[in-house]
Design a protein around this ligand. Structure first.
Ligand SMILES: [Fe+2]
Length: 279
């Protein structure tokens, strides 16, 4: 059971430590299935060893839920086999789009917060869930320019999650980044989300590049206000797995494990009542 536990993304750079478990001690690992589905040889063997040791969650990059293009059925067929093979119960994707006119844009672009987009995405999520025979979780993304919005982002997310009957991957750092850049109240935003549907959470670092602009880099340590927002949020949410996202600019493993420990302590205090009483 991963609820209330913390994990980290598996990367090739972490191979040795993940297999010996000397410094990094996550309860689970996350990968982008796109990076591993067609893997063979040495790295397939390593991946199999690592996934024998740690439960696996998957966070996709290429489903492109917001695109007008057809779903990529070749990818979905491979994905279904992969999820079953590695017993992945938690598969999530971004509430964004990455393809247009059959071209892969190699970015996670914001979908206009509009009623026609809501209808389109609900149908796509339902199609994917029916095919995979499991619910998926969709993630609130960071974005820098709202595109032709007709509604608030929290309404957009809520209508999709409730309409598709899917789960929500709540990325707390993304809420913080958006609330700073678009000048709204992060606590109020979180309260308006469908919190009963949260099945997974992400935490990450970001970079402030201008007085009024933060970029969601996944390359910095998590700052205290994001830890505080996380602490606030998990009081409102049932226990779920929590992932530390770190994709670039890696610190020493001790530092990463320190962030995992801090997250785990906040989770324990909120989600294990006797733990809070003992502190
Ligand atoms: Fe995330």
């Amino acid at each position: 059971m991963l609820n209330g536990k913390t994990g980290i993304g598996f990367r090739k750079d972490f191979e040795e430590d993940f297999l010996t478990g000397t410094i990094l001690k996550p309860y689970f690992i996350e990968v982008a299935p796109e990076n591993w589905i067609d893997m063979g040889g040495y790295w397939k063997k390593i991946f199999d060893k690592v996934t024998e040791r740690y439960p696996l969650t998957c966070h996709g990059l290429s489903l492109s839920l917001g695109s007008p293009d057809e779903l990529d059925w070749d990818f979905l067929k491979k994905l279904k086999v992969f999820l079953k093979q590695y017993k992945v119960q938690l598969y999530s994707e971004h509430l964004s789009y990455a393809k247009c006119d059959n071209a892969h844009l190699y970015d996670l672009l914001p979908i206009p917060f509009r009623e026609d987009a809501v209808k389109h995405i609900i149908e796509r999520i339902k199609t994917v869930q029916d095919f995979l025979e499991q619910k998926i979780a969709i993630e609130n993304v960071s974005y820098y320019t709202p595109v032709a919005a007709e509604m608030e982002e929290y309404t957009f997310i809520s209508e999709i999650v409730n309409g598709a009957d899917c789960r929500l991957l709540l990325d707390v750092n993304n809420v913080y980044v958006n609330s700073f850049n678009h000048k709204y109240d992060a606590h109020d935003f979180i309260k308006r989300l469908p919190l009963d549907k949260v099945a997974y959470m992400h935490m990450a670092g970001h970079l402030q590049v201008e007085e009024d602009l933060i970029i969601d880099t996944h390359a910095e340590n998590i700052i205290d206000p994001v830890f505080d927002l996380f602490d606030y949020t998990i009081q409102l949410v049932k226990p779920v797995p929590v992932l530390l996202e770190r994709d670039y600019n890696f610190p020493e493993f001790e530092q990463l494990q320190g962030e995992l420990n801090r997250l785990q302590k906040i989770c324990n205090n909120a989600w294990i009542p006797q733990h809070a009483a003992a502190n």
